[in-house]
Write a protein that binds this ligand. Structure first.
Ligand SMILES: NC(=O)c1ccc[n+]([C@@H]2O[C@H](COP(=O)([O-])OP(=O)(O)OC[C@H]3O[C@@H](n4cnc5c(N)ncnc54)[C@H](O)[C@@H]3O)[C@@H](O)[C@H]2O)c1
Length: 329
């Protein structure tokens, strides 16, 4: 038996496209909507305040894909020249449970998170998006812009805010140079949120609220990818609340708050089981805390591409080498 090992460079060299990310994420969400997945809430450990290491197992029944991601979020890492998000994905054979691949999960995590936002925006954004507000202009913000660069032909302005001014400035410069997107740096969270058709919040984990629903304009779609930061009662204020998994969001909220009964799951909308936006005036809040099904579906495709191209290293693996007590030598 062998385990395919793919480094970050191997994963990138597969050439998997933005469109493939969006298609795979939508497919996984649709299976989630049809209740054809196992994706338990992620348990975590927290070696430093406001950091995490999460275990994220998933099984997709329709495509018979199984595996787990072990992912870290340490948001001071960039000061040591390390990424804030790092991770490894292990895939398993769905018939035997045998491990089949170990894949770097950092880039996949960044890309698939942005792809989920893009799929949600395709489904839930108001018509003719002209303005986007983005708060927290770190790595995720960059991947979000990359993933959505071709989606809104009428886009006129992206307003960006970050507490770290040099990061905000380089975000604006890089987006202009690389993606031809005009980012207007603004000086407060409210300025970024007010008047925006789509609001994306990509800060690190926040303890105190900095986002307030009264700033959100009628018809806007709000897409947080981080934990905390929104005012306590926000889930009751939105006209429609959508999560990627009620079970996972409930677990994150730790019983301190109930998800309103009328809420939808994104997979139900993507699978066409329930309507998402039904009027241009609705203010929709869509919390996507991140599902392992995306990582596992994408990692499978990445392995397929790597095998076709002969990339990666095959590690020998023999599950039967340990001694069996009592068995003949
Ligand atoms: N939902 C998912 O599936 C998923 C996946 C990956 C990452 N994430 C989350 O995305 C978030 C961003 O990750 P990242 O890799 O971009 O991190 P990052 O450290 O690169 O960027 C975070 C940015 O937020 C800014 N920030 C922090 N506090 C702020 C505040 N109060 N106001 C404005 N800006 C503030 C920081 O200065 C930084 O620029 C994290 O919370 C991470 O856990 C979610």
């Amino acid at each position: 038996m062998e385990i395919l090992y793919l480094t970050p460079e191997d994963v990138l060299a597969t050439g998997i496209t933005n469109q493939e990310f969006r298609t795979l994420v939508a497919g996984a969400l649709a299976q989630h909507g049809r209740k054809k997945v196992e994706n338990p809430p992620k348990p975590g450990i927290h070696p430093l305040p406001q950091t995490f290491l999460h275990a994220m197992p998933a099984y997709l029944e329709e495509t018979r894909e199984a595996g787990i991601k072990w992912v870290s979020g340490f948001f001071d890492n960039p000061k040591q020249n390390l990424p804030a998000i790092m991770g490894l994905i292990v895939l398993n054979d769905a018939d035997t449970g045998a491990p089949t691949a170990i894949i770097d999960g950092g880039w996949i995590t960044n890309m698939r998170t942005a792809a989920v936002t893009a799929v949600a925006a395709e489904q839930l954004a108001p018509a003719n998006v002209r303005s986007i507000g983005i708060v927290g202009t770190g790595m995720q913000a960059r991947y979000h812009m990359l993933m959505m660069q071709d989606m809104f032909p009428q886009l006129e302005v992206v307003k960006g805010f970050d507490i770290y001014q040099p990061g905000l400035e380089s975000f604006a410069e890089d987006m202009k140079r690389e993606l031809n997107i005009n980012v207007q740096p603004v000086s407060s969270v409210s300025e970024a949120v007010q008047g925006s058709d789509i609001v994306m919040t990509c800060t690190g984990v926040l303890k105190e609220p900095i986002f307030f629903w009264d700033d959100v304009k009628p018809g806007a779609l709000v897409l947080p990818v981080h934990g905390g930061g929104w005012e306590f009662d926000v889930m009751n204020k939105a006209d429609v609340l959508i999560t990627d998994s009620h079970q996972q969001v409930a677990s994150f909220l730790d019983g301190k708050y109930n998800i309103p009964e009328s809420s939808l799951e994104l997979g139900e909308v993507v699978a066409d089981l329930k309507p998402g936006r039904v009027s241009q005036e609705q203010r929709i809040l869509n919390f996507n805390l991140g599902l392992a099904i995306h990582d596992i579906a994408i990692a499978h495709r990445v392995c397929e591409l790597a095998r076709e191209k002969g990339q990666g290293v095959n590690l020998p693996y023999d599950p039967g080498v340990y001694p069996v007590p009592g068995a003949k030598k």
